[in-house]
Design a protein around this ligand. Structure first.
Ligand SMILES: Nc1ncnc2c1ncn2[C@@H]1O[C@H](COP(=O)(O)OP(=O)(O)O)[C@@H](O)[C@H]1O
Ligand SMILES: [Mg+2]
Length: 279
């Protein structure tokens, strides 16, 4: 197949033989629902306008030896990005018990910290990125911006890789921490938690922040970041739905809207308790 392939620090055109491989659909995501497949040891995904930026980031991670992200391999003859398949399991509903343990939560915090450490030395300036977090959260690195459960691959109960860097853009550690804590603790009213995490969200929030090693100054900002991250993520969903994206349109119904509003209100009412949990 003729495609663009990445090897040893640079991307180049190459003619590479490719045996006909069967493609297995990979489920779990929303943005590219039905369009992500596994072919052998690779994953094929649609390209985006900002793919060159994402690919440069992934190449940087590979070059410095960070193995907690897919490798960018190239672009195939169907104009899809080719990434390395990461053996393991991403966390998709119904959530398995092993994904809801405190050990799993700690491992996500450690993976996120390792990613931030690796991303710190990447220069994002030459590239066009997806829209960034609010200005105040634009810091000194490319944040992942979508550390949802289905974007983390686990092996033996431990988070080993982040996948789906489509939303990665100039941001900061705090933004990713807020997003991950929001989704993994999770930070929402008890009526929206139907598993063993119910009743433990404040403890888990603290555990996540401690496991990441968040400093004192940022501890005072993280609760606000959680609420803003909630709004930012739902704006993204709403925008996609408004532009006719099928999977987001199906998701963004009256119940989802009410849920988003109630969670937002919960942040207002529980701000002091959330802050107190981190002291
Ligand atoms: N590089 C990868 N290695 C292993 N599994 C992957 C990889 N990329 C995607 N997957 C699997 O495919 C699912 C959907 O992929 P993803 O790229 O996150 O789609 P979306 O963009 O729709 O969120 C993931 O939840 C995961 O199960
Ligand atoms: Mg995804």
């Amino acid at each position: 197949m003729r495609g663009t392939f990445y090897k040893g620090g640079q991307v180049s055109e190459a003619l590479v033989s490719d045996r006909q491989q069967s493609e297995i659909p990979l489920l779990g995501g929303t943005a590219n629902r039905g369009k992500v497949v596994r072919a052998g040891n690779t994953v094929r995904r649609p390209l985006r306008r900002t793919s060159p930026a994402t690919h440069a980031l992934l190449c940087h991670l590979t070059d410095i030896g960070f193995d907690g992200a897919p490798r960018f391999i190239g672009i195939d003859s169907q104009q899809r990005e080719v990434l390395s398949y990461i053996p393991g399991t991403a966390v998709t509903p119904p959530y398995p018990d092993w994904a809801l343990t405190d050990e799993a939560l700690v491992s996500v915090a450690e993976l996120l910290r390792a990613y931030h450490q690796a991303a710190r030395t990447f220069d994002p300036t030459p590239y066009a990125w997806p829209s960034s977090p609010p200005e105040v959260y634009k810091g000194d690195l490319i944040s992942h911006n979508d550390p949802n459960l289905d974007n983390v691959v686990f092996r033996a109960g431990k988070a080993v890789a982040l996948i789906d860097f489509d939303l990665a853009s100039p941001g900061c550690r705090l933004w990713d921490i807020a997003c991950a804590a929001r989704l993994w603790a999770p930070l929402r009213p008890a009526c929206y938690i139907s598993d063993v995490r119910c009743g433990r969200v404040l403890d888990r929030f603290r555990l996540f922040v401690d496991s990441y090693g968040l400093g004192n100054a940022d501890r005072l900002r993280v609760v606000d970041a959680v609420a803003q991250n909630h709004d930012w993520c739902y704006d993204n969903v709403r925008n996609n739905a408004a532009h006719g994206h099928l999977a987001f349109s199906e998701y963004w119904n009256a119940a989802a809207t009410e849920r988003a509003d109630r969670i937002c209100q919960w942040y207002v009412e529980n701000g002091p308790a959330l802050q107190a949990a981190l002291v």
